[in-house]
Design a protein around this ligand. Structure first.
Ligand code: BES
Ligand code: MN
Ligand code: MN
Length: 456
């Protein structure tokens, strides 16, 4: 197993070339115009897995973008690891803020800059290359399956069904994915919690057409003003969400556990400096780590109405819109929260406007227990390669399909992410440090070894 280091050393340029080939395909799941690129990326992943040593790799159709499924059976009866990842990426906008083109990967300061460099092409490719090493050296101690989807960034609308229809094919002992962050390579961590999500779009309608803001201003409810007021009322002066019943299912974390969490190193000054903000802001009574890790949140992700072009146009808009995301903690149900939001928002509307609310996507949170063979194997593997025992860490991000895996397949997931918060995923200049990429490739084979040993 120690050979993994030299294998990486000898093949690193090829690994990067191959990853760059995948990154160059603009597989943006949200854009209809990239439909063909989705297929190209799926094919690329399929051939990468075949070349890396899979017995079979197939592009399986779904009601949306296809899933790449691959497997290698070493021996019947050995434990099976199912690797999950996603080949789709977020849109690249705003393009003018990128220092190098988003789909032309470039290495600067020891980092790969490109859309998908981390999320999730870079991280998923670590698994392809670790698998290649293990098959090349005939060292694979268990059976491996891959399920790589193309719809994660749009809420995985087809994958739950896909899992239900392919239960036998996907049978496994643990699901392994690298699609999260680590505190740093010096302070390794393993993600043990993900937040759930309710993502809604609201529409406030007033008069039947845009009006002259002089002739009508002051006499007709303005949907843009109304929407701003309604949104402002969704949180109080302590930054608590005011939707009735919103906190009913939020589980309080015990003081002991909060003390334990507070031991994870966190540099508030560095956090603020990296974002160029003077101070953080959030729910009163909780630290920054707690605000993203164990508490729910509500944010406007986009808002539009009236005239937004160049110069001034004196108009009173007929409609106003907003996209609102609520991050939920485990035990909060996203469908229930959708309903609570809708009821409250409609009831808040003043006379003279109509309100519509629709759910765009969502899903449940996830907690990964640490007293399992799989978690212990991951912890040992990280410690072996990075030299320190990783701390369990609850992330603010969401991968809703992970709780569906547990529900539909009955299998727990291990979130072995090597990204950093500074990788700017979903933002301009997304990047992934080469060191994280190579350390990931080095760590994964140890996970397989320890997991196989511990499952005996
Ligand atoms: N890989 C991210 C989620 C993530 C990143 C979790 C870092 C923890 C740490 C994933 O691709 C993502 O962006 N998820 C979406 C949810 C989805 C329904 C669009 C998110 O969190 O916004
Ligand atoms: Mn991701
Ligand atoms: Mn993402």
């Amino acid at each position: 197993m120690e050979k993994v280091k030299s294998y990486i050393e000898q093949n690193k340029d090829r690994f990067l070339d191959e990853l760059f080939g995948l990154i160059r395909i603009p597989s943006i799941s949200a854009n209809e115009k990239n439909r063909n690129d989705m297929l190209k990326a799926a094919e690329y992943v399929k051939y990468s897995l075949l070349k890396a040593g899979a017995d079979r790799a197939d592009i399986m159709t779904t009601s949306g973008h296809p899933v790449v499924y691959a497997e290698k059976e070493v021996k019947e009866g050995l434990p099976t690891v199912l690797v999950y990842g996603h080949y789709d990426v977020q849109p690249e906008e705003p393009l003018d803020l990128w220092k190098s083109p988003p789909f032309e990967p470039e290495i600067r300061d020891g980092k790969i800059f490109a859309r998908g460099a981390d999320d999730d092409k870079g991280q998923l490719f670590m698994h392809v290359k670790a698998f290649e090493f293990m098959t090349a050296k005939e060292m694979l101690p268990c059976n491996v399956k891959f399920m790589i989807e193309g719809e994660e960034e749009i809420g995985s609308p087809s994958l739950k069904n896909f899992c239900a229809e392919n239960r036998e094919l996907l049978e496994s002992d643990v699901i392994l994915l690298s699609d999260t962050t680590m505190i740093s390579l010096d302070t390794p961590s393993i993600t043990t919690g993900l937040r759930g999500l309710s993502y809604l779009q609201v529409e406030v309608s007033g008069p039947n057409r845009d009006l002259h803001s002089g002739l009508y201003g002051g006499a007709v409810a303005n949907p843009a003003n109304v929407l701003a007021e309604m949104i402002a009322k969704l949180r109080d002066e302590n930054n608590r969400i005011t939707i009735p019943g919103f906190y009913d299912d939020v589980l309080d974390v015990s003081d002991d556990e909060r003390k334990e969490m507070a031991k994870a190193p966190f540099d508030l000054k560095a956090y603020q400096d990296a974002l160029e903000i003077e101070t953080v802001s959030g729910e009163a009574g909780y630290s920054t780590i707690e605000r993203t890790g164990i508490r729910p949140s509500l944010d406007v992700c986009g808002m539009w109405s009236g005239y937004t072009g160049e110069g001034a146009k004196t108009v009173l808009p007929s409609k106003a819109y907003a996209k609102v995301s609520m991050r939920l903690v485990p035990n909060q149900d996203s469908h229930k929260v959708d309903q609570l939001f809708e009821d409250y928002f409609k009831q808040m509307a003043p006379p003279g406007v109509k309100v519509e609310v629709k759910s765009l996507h969502g899903g449940q949170g996830y907690v990964s227990p640490i007293d399992t063979a799989a978690y212990q194997a991951a912890s040992k593997a990280v410690e072996k390669v990075l030299g320190k025992k990783p701390v369990p860490f609850r992330s603010g991000g969401s991968i809703p399909i992970v709780s569906d895996f547990e529900e539909v397949l009955g299998v727990k997931s291990i979130l072995l992410g090597f990204g950093l918060e500074s990788d700017a995923i979903h933002s301009p200049n997304e990047n992934y440090p080469l060191e994280n990429f190579f350390k990931g490739i080095e760590t994964i084979p140890y996970f397989y070894r320890y997991f196989a040993e511990m499952s005996k």
